[in-house]
Ligand binder design. Structure first.
Ligand code: ADP
Ligand code: ZN
Length: 809
């Protein structure tokens, strides 16, 4: 018997099946989808068994045997193995990378295997050796130790025992992976004693006094990290008090599962609204008829998409099938998870980034062992190893986080549809602002379009007003807050209502803008704003390579207010305190939410009404559902509009719509104020009317004229090397080769320098391919990779191909 194996060595030369002999002990035990250890050259490496065959096509006397099994039961199903084959080609990835991305991260780490009698095993069925070793169901052994003690015949008997389910193997991820320890401190005495310590400390021990005072005010156990932030104090001051035995320091295991121990009250299906009923019915129909179809559910914010998802999943479960529910990581909030746990109870596994690797592995295991029927998670949950899938749902389908930006560069939507075809089951893409690609497909009836245009319970959409910041500037207001926004904020604070202030952090400092007239430098050939390159002080187009020097005066109004755009949340907070003294602000950005759980804490605080304003970036745009938010202010709606990416208008519209959706979701009417230097831009105007379709039509015209997706497919090739000359020459050769290999209707642009021309001393160049029909493109690109493989192995050269780019830099 021969096992054909993909080894864990990610290079082009090794990206193929290698044959190994299956030794007698492992005969009929080794199955496709299992991981094994095999000799590879002078060393031993891990690998995945893809096939098991009777014979090899090569000389079997030269083959080596498999050295060891890593899994006793295959973690990958035959469907996932097939999917890997497809995905590897689609994304031009190494087979090994695709196989690995399908498994939880913990499986890359070393773990121990415990072996015990299966819960359901009949003690009378035990084979002789197993009977000798296991006297009861409580007894466990380390698998590897047991194998070492056993001879070949016993080894085989144990493996057969696993196969026939007499024995159960329990993988235990090493404790380093699962346990997260944190250092905490707490008072080592009563409050009264603390008081007297505080008094007895000399006046020059100011730092120590402050710290003791903190524990008088907050008699609690607190992590050192938090303490340093809260007081503020230093590690050395804490150590001093620990040495004096005023405080005690301990290592505690961090609470990892944010949902552990929570009680979930079961909910049942709500009676659907008319629009929900209409949307759900064709989905139910495909479920009942076991048909594959991709649905695009466009429902305005607050239209009740979640309830449609829940009832569709419920139907799939009733038909004895399983479900995958994808949500963007950032909206995988406890609120969201609760909906699913309440409806489906213990049938749900949640693959959440707040879980440790070990816990994620446990959740994954529950799916593989068929203990649950619903998997809720971010992008990688699309590989949940179900074998009887009944439905796949992708919420907020336009989110770019569904695209993985490292190898394998896959899009979860493509994988979902591929799996949906395999299982003949529906795939639902849901969003208030679908991606242009998806909506265009729905209009061409490739996807089945479902629409919900009104909010549940006749809640009104918020009123949206756009404030022309150029006017503000003309009337002498140079601050980042317009008069109407300040007035509106004062008004809400008086009424004790809450405000969300949104600052778009992306795109800052990369483009130039005239603060008088709103002029932004754009490429004359591409309808895309030019990027300012600080290194050589030029403006460049990342699509066609056009270069110009930045103007000193505005070419449009001849004023001298040309600026590089730049501002951060911290600065906004300072300014806000100046214009509204005493305002209570919660700032949410990467800095204040770095610590795990802080995201949720800050939101809870805001929910309890402990602040007037929630100020933040992208992370507050989605999923917030607080009844007291009646005002949403967007500080600079334009900042994303001018990043050099043809999707910038689309992203602007999506984001503004999402943020606007936070206002007035319940009884109180919501108002949205959008500050803009280009208030007439359609991506901003259409937010005002909540008009997705109008936006879609305008944007499609522009994409058509410029030849951007969805009218064309794009492929981006990045070339980088520590040697500039080689980077350029390889990029040029690649570009030339592709031009000579594709049809005349296909465009090949570049090479041009990347937006960041050098990272970590590597020079970066890029080429772009734009095509409509190019059946051989995969072969051409594989050829490119093959040509440079040996050079990539030997030097610093790297070539990266993205067959569906979302990041153009
Ligand atoms: P979306 O995801 O489309 O923005 P949600 O799913 O958050 O909207 O629903 C908005 C609100 O309406 C939620 O508070 C939800 O509980 C409620 N809701 C949804 N469907 C119904 C229904 N059929 N009857 C009553 N309330 C509903
Ligand atoms: Zn250009």
């Amino acid at each position: 018997m021969i096992a054909r194996v993909i080894v864990d060595v990610a290079t082009n030369n090794t990206d193929r099946l290698f044959d190994y002999i299956v030794p007698d002990t492992l005969m009929h035990i080794v199955l496709p989808g299992m991981r094994v250890v095999v000799p590879f050259g002078p060393r031993k490496v891990q690998g995945f068994v893809i096939e098991v065959n009777k014979n090899s096509s090569v000389d079997e006397s030269k083959l080596k045997p498999i050295a060891d099994l890593i899994d006793i039961e295959p973690p990958l199903t035959s469907e996932l193995l097939q999917l890997a084959q497809w995905l590897k080609e689609k994304t031009l990835s190494f087979h090994i990378n695709v196989l690995q991305v399908m498994l939880p991260a913990a499986m890359k780490a070393k773990y121990n295997k415990l072996v015990m009698l299966h819960q359901d095993a009949d003690m009378n069925d035990l084979t002789p050796y197993i009977k000798k070793v296991f006297s009861s169901k409580e007894q466990t052994y380390n698998w590897n130790d047991l194998i070492k003690k056993s001879g070949p015949r016993e080894h085989k008997e144990l493996l057969n025992g696993v196969k026939s389910r007499l024995l159960y193997i329990k993988p235990v991820v090493s404790s380093k992976e699962t346990k997260k320890l944190r250092t905490v401190v707490k008072p080592n005495m009563t409050i009264t004693e603390l008081h007297s310590i505080c008094e007895s400390l000399p006046n020059n021990a100011k730092k120590q006094k402050e710290l003791v005072q903190y524990f008088i005010n907050h008699f609690e156990t607190v992590t050192v990290v938090d303490l340093i932030e809260k007081v503020p104090t230093s590690r050395s001051t804490i150590s001093t008090l620990v040495e004096k035995e005023i405080l005690i320091k301990e290592e505690v295991e961090m609470r990892r599962d944010p949902f552990k121990g929570r009680e979930y009250k079961r909910t049942s299906a709500l009676p659907l609204t008319e629009q929900q009923t209409v949307a759900l019915s064709p989905i139910i129909n495909t479920l009942e008829n076991n048909k594959h179809e991709t649905f695009l559910l466009r429902g305005v914010t607050g239209s009740g998409k979640t309830e449609v998802y829940l009832q569709a999943i419920d139907k799939a479960l009733k038909l004895g099938k399983e479900a995958i529910m994808l949500v963007p990581e950032i909206s995988l909030t406890p609120q969201m998870v609760t909906h699913f746990k309440q409806r489906f109870g213990s049938e749900v596994a949640v693959l959440h980034s707040a879980l440790s690797k070990g816990e994620k592995y446990d959740e994954w295991r529950r799916i593989r062992d068929k203990k649950v029927k619903v998997a809720v998670g971010a992008r990688s949950a699309i590989f949940a190893p179900f074998e009887n899938l009944g439905i796949i749902i992708i919420d907020e389908e336009h989110e770019t986080s569904y695209k993985q930006e490292e190898a394998p560069r896959y899009h979860a939507r493509d994988v979902a549809i591929k799996r949906g075809e395999h299982y003949s089951c529906p795939v639902i893409l849901g969003s208030a602002t679908p991606s242009l690609e998806s909506y265009a497909r729905a209009k061409k009836s490739v996807y089945h379009l479902l629409t919900m245009t009104t909010r549940v319970n006749n809640v009104q959409m918020p009123s949206v007003n756009i404030i022309d910041m150029r006017e503000e500037l003309r009337s002498g207001n140079r601050s980042m807050f317009s008069e109407p926004l300040i007035e509106a904020m004062i008004n809400r604070i008086e009424k004790q209502e809450q405000i969300v202030l949104f600052l778009n952090r992306r795109g800052y400092s990369t483009f130039i803008l005239c603060r008088d007239c709103g002029y932004v430098a754009e490429c004359p050939h591409c309808d895309i704003s030019l990027t300012y390159h600080r290194t050589n002080q030029t403006l460049q187009c990342h699509y066609c390579g056009h270069v110009e020097t930045p103007p000193n005066v505005c070419p449009s109004c001849e004023g001298d207010s040309i600026r590089f755009f730049g501002s951060g949340t911290q600065k906004v907070e300072e300014e806000l305190n100046k214009v509204l003294s005493g305002v209570r602000v919660i700032r949410m950005d990467v800095d204040t939410t770095r610590r795990k759980g802080s995201h949720e804490e800050l939101l809870n605080k805001f929910g309890r009404g402990e602040a007037d304003v929630l100020l933040g970036t992208q992370m507050i745009a989605k999923g917030l559902d607080f009844p007291n938010i009646t005002l949403v202010g967007v500080l600079a709606a334009d900042s994303m509009l001018h990043i050099p990416d043809f999707r910038s208008a689309e992203r602007t519209f999506q984001l503004l719509t999402q943020v606007s959706g936070r206002a007035g979701r319940h009884q109180k009417k919501g108002e949205v104020l959008i500050q803009s230097y280009t208030p007439d831009h359609y991506s901003i105007q259409d937010v005002k009317q909540h008009d997705f379709v109008s936006f879609f039509e305008k944007e499609m015209k522009i994409r058509k004229q410029a030849g951007h997706p969805p009218y064309y497919y794009l492929i981006l090739i990045h070339v980088s090397d520590t040697d500039l000359g080689n980077t350029v020459s390889v990029a040029e050769k690649i570009s030339k080769f592709i031009k000579s290999s594709v049809s005349p209707d296909t465009y090949v642009y570049g090479p041009v320098t990347s937006a960041i021309p050098r990272i970590k001393d590597r020079y970066r160049y890029q080429c772009m391919i734009k095509y409509k029909v190019e059946p051989n493109i995969t072969v051409v690109l594989q050829e490119v990779l093959k040509t440079y493989q040996s050079e990539m192995n030997k030097s610093d050269l790297s070539i990266m191909i993205d067959t569906n780019p979302y990041m153009m830099m």
